[in-house]
Design a protein around this ligand. Structure first.
Ligand code: CDP
Length: 788
């Protein structure tokens, strides 16, 4: 008689367990950085530059110092005496902490004030007199490389122009040969505009330097606390064991909370100088104008096509606008950095990619907003090119994809840029999506509607993207190899605490990580506490971004649970007085082979680890594991959108959105669906409404929520999600692949393709995002492309 634990009842794998963290979030009991209040705490505010490019002639802080309650007014010159006026960035560039020589973008940090309360600090910032000498402003890559362009980074020895990098990958000769053989060449040029991750919680930190212990504790909004600890140790030259970074609850990150911002550094420096805790909480406009912007890439591409629809080769060029400081992770160094990940689900024999990055007088850009480096731009461009190529050939876009997909039986597949895509079922996913949306029927409706002056359109986006950096052979940040970690301690009653190197910003790790332990050990998920984000207690990890948590940290959780199970087996053998080989494992219980009623539970093994271990066995039931993945994970996704465009106004409405996501084994289907819905919402927002740009003088247009729109439930269309296709990751211990960013990466092209499909008799090849009504109307009535 089997006494196996029923996994579905203990919150194991595949259970839509309710999110345990929501208990505190919906009760207003979350613990965010701004909730931290320490005795004697002071408040820091930052003075930002009103100009995009100007030489600083003088800074007079005397009026600010006179305001009662002001404790410190810090300028770049003062920071320089501590060697902290500049800091290194993730991409081995430098970024000003507080400007000393020039300001290089609107909103750049010029000085800061620490005072008894934030209002005094703000008033004191306004009392600082800065004399600027305006300089010519550069706001796009074309201006950046013009002959008479001003040199933005004249602080850098040897920098003679505004180019950050020039870089290429692929096979130029093979690609030329492919184009010579082509029957049709399909070209596309577009701009993926700047966008902002815009988490609801802005950035902030509370730095607390204790002179008595020499210990620096920093509570901060970071997605990667251990990397921050390493960076602080390097930059502030403090010993690593005396630095504790605590990342409490985070109200959304989306990549915005990966970089190190001047505000963090200022709060640390001021706390060291004043020997008091110093809190810095950014306001919304500060966040929108100065922290990690994303995208801003001009893309030129062409596909060499055979008349029967086969893609023979692809050429692409990317012009990336990085703003004044190259602060994102180095995209030309990483294998997934620029557009390398394109065409991984298509069988494309030859490809060549060139890229150039430029400095401009804009806030640092290029942050990986809900994506791995530049995967979003890559997938958008790929799927826009694929759509246009099908139209240029007069082929149905779904059929064109079918003719070019890598077949399920042909994985693992080596892409033209060198990735090994280990698994996938592209066609099976597309079939599910086409059936769900009623493809053939919609095409008929579209034709009928067109005859009556109505414009319907359907857009498809299909993609596989690399999720889960490392492996350590190929990926590092500041020389630290990319892997992840978990540490599991089972208490004597069989309850457990799990500490993980990742850091949730709302993705539900506290819920799903416990489910993995449950699946491996049969301990109810409710009996497992999950902790992340404290460098004094969590094992070393690279943090959460690029949907790497499940592929890497999730795998480490499986592995550490298996180590615990291996020790529990020894304990069970001791308790049952048989050899280990005579034991069978059923979930949550070991039993003697052939005598199933004779067994012990995992909880009984835990008790024995503390009270009845065999002679010579080390007491306790705890362990740790690091997972260095042999490959990335390769989820596959199909997004199909149908729209109706109003020809009178250019307004477009979404009729239907179908998503088919194959992310391997799902730990928690409900959480996965939440991730996909969130991603599609962001994709819709990027395609439809989000507009944050810069005028000719470098003023940020859209630096508030009146202008930069976040979609609410009111605007957001409904989504129909499908999970029928499951292709487990071949290397992940439970077959899971990442999913968090898929819909935000693959979604935008489906919306844009749908609108362009509704205009497919006009000769319009492209409208740049956001597809605002006036742009669509202009394209429709003037019959030309509209660039943004
Ligand atoms: O790194 P990040 O947490 O942003 O992304 P992820 O690893 O794709 O996971 C997002 C959320 O979905 C987490 O709570 C995961 O545990 C969950 N997930 C899942 O339940 N099953 C998967 N196959 C992938 C993710």
């Amino acid at each position: 008689m089997s006494q196996t634990v029923d996994e579905s009842k203990i919150g194991g794998l595949g259970v839509s367990r309710k999110r345990v963290e929501d208990n505190r979030f919906i009760r207003g009991r979350g613990n965010y950085t701004d909730d931290i209040v320490l005795p004697g705490m002071l408040h820091l505010e930052i003075l930002r530059s009103p100009l995009a490019h100007a030489r600083i002639k003088s800074i007079d802080t005397s009026r600010a110092w006179e305001i009662p309650g002001v404790r410190l007014v810090l300028t770049g010159e003062m920071a320089a005496t501590r060697n902290l006026a500049w800091m290194p960035t993730l991409s081995y560039d430098t970024q000003a902490v507080l400007a000393t020589d020039k300001v290089r973008f609107q909103g750049q940090e010029v000085a800061c004030v620490v005072a008894d309360d934030p209002y005094i600090a703000k008033d004191a910032c306004e009392a600082i007199d800065v004399e600027y000498e305006p300089l010519p402003v550069v706001v796009n890559p074309e201006q950046a490389v013009a002959e008479d362009a001003p040199l933005i980074r004249d602080d850098k020895a040897g920098q003679t122009d505004n180019v950050v990098y020039r870089w290429e990958v692929g096979d130029p000769a093979g690609t030329d040969a492919a184009f010579e053989k082509a029957d049709v060449v399909s070209k596309l040029r577009l701009h993926y505009p700047r966008s902002h991750p815009s988490p609801i919680e802005c950035c902030g930190s509370v730095a607390d330097f204790d002179r008595a212990t020499n210990k620096l504790t920093v509570y901060m909004t970071t997605q990667a606390p251990h990397i921050i600890r390493a960076a602080v140790a390097m930059v502030a030259e403090l010993p690593e064991h005396l630095i504790r970074i605590i990342s409490p609850d985070i109200g959304g990150g989306f990549g915005n909370k990966v970089p190190v911002y001047p505000g963090y550094v200022c709060s640390i420096l001021c706390s060291i100088l004043l020997e008091r805790p110093v809190k810095w909480i950014e306001d919304k406009t500060g966040n929108l104008i100065s922290t990690g912007f994303a995208r801003d890439m001009y893309l030129d591409g062409e596909l060499a096509l055979r008349a029967d629809g086969k893609i023979l080769g692809v050429r692409m060029h990317a012009e990336a606008d990085h703003g004044a400081f190259f602060a994102d992770a180095q995209p030309s160094k990483f294998k997934i950095g620029l557009l390398h990940s394109t065409f991984a689900c298509y069988d494309v024999p030859a490809a060549h990619l060139t890229a150039r990055g430029t400095y401009t007088n804009k806030a640092p850009g290029g942050v990986a907003y809900r994506c791995s480096f530049r995967v979003t731009e890559a997938m958008f461009f790929q799927e826009r090119m694929v759509h246009q190529a099908a139209k240029d050939l007069g082929l149905d876009p779904a059929e064109f994809r079918r003719r070019n997909f890598v077949r399920a039986e042909d994985f693992p597949h080596r892409t033209p840029f060198g990735f090994l895509v280990d698994s996938g079922q592209p066609q099976a996913c597309l079939d599910v999506g086409l059936r769900a949306v009623g493809y053939e029927d919609f095409l008929r409706q579209k034709e009928e509607a067109r005859k009556r002056g109505r414009r319907l359109g359907i857009g498809i986006s299909t993609m596989t993207e690399p999720l889960g950096a490392g492996n350590s052979r190929e990926y590092d940040i500041l020389g630290i190899k990319m892997f992840d970690s978990a540490e599991l301690r089972v208490h004597m009653t069989g309850k457990a605490i799990l500490r993980v190197g990742a850091k949730s910003q709302g993705q539900g790790h506290e819920t799903t990580w416990a489910q993995i332990v449950s699946h491996e050990l049969g301990i109810p998920a409710d009996d497992v506490t999950v902790e992340e984000g404290d460098t004094d207690t969590a094992p070393f990890g690279m943090g959460t971004y690029a949907s790497r948590s499940t592929p890497v940290a999730g795998a480490a959780i499986s592995l550490v649970s298996r180590k615990i199970r291996a020790k529990a087996r020894k304990l069970a053998a001791h308790l049952l007085e048989v050899s280990e080989e005579d034991l069978e494992w059923e979930l949550g219980r070991f039993s003697v082979r052939g005598v199933p009623e004779h067994g012990v539970t995992i909880q009984e093994c835990a008790m024995a680890a503390y009270g009845n271990m065999p002679d010579g066995m080390e007491p306790g039931l705890e362990n740790h594991a690091y997972y260095d993945p042999p490959n990335l994970t390769w989820p596959f996704a199909v997004y199909i959108v149908t729209v109706e465009v109003d020809p009178e106004t250019g307004v477009w409405d979404v009729l239907n959105t179908v998503a088919v996501d194959d992310c391997g084994v799902r730990i928690n289907p409900m959480i996965v669906e939440g991730q996909i819905m969130g991603g599609l919402t962001e994709a819709y927002a990027m395609a439809n409404m989000q507009f944050i740009t810069f005028d000719a003088e470098g003023n940020c247009v859209g630096s508030n929520y009146m202008d930069y729109l976040l979609p609410t439930a009111w605007e957001t269309p409904g989504f129909e999600l499908h999970s029928e296709v499951v292709t487990p990751s071949p290397h992940h211990p439970i077959g899971a692949k990442g999913v968090g960013e898929c819909a935000a990466v693959g979604g935008p092209a489906a919306f844009v393709n749908a609108v362009l499909d509704a205009l497919d008799d006009t000769g319009v090849r492209n409208i740049d995002m956001p597809l605002l009504p006036d742009r669509v109307w202009e394209a429709l009535t003037r019959r030309h492309d509209v660039s943004g």
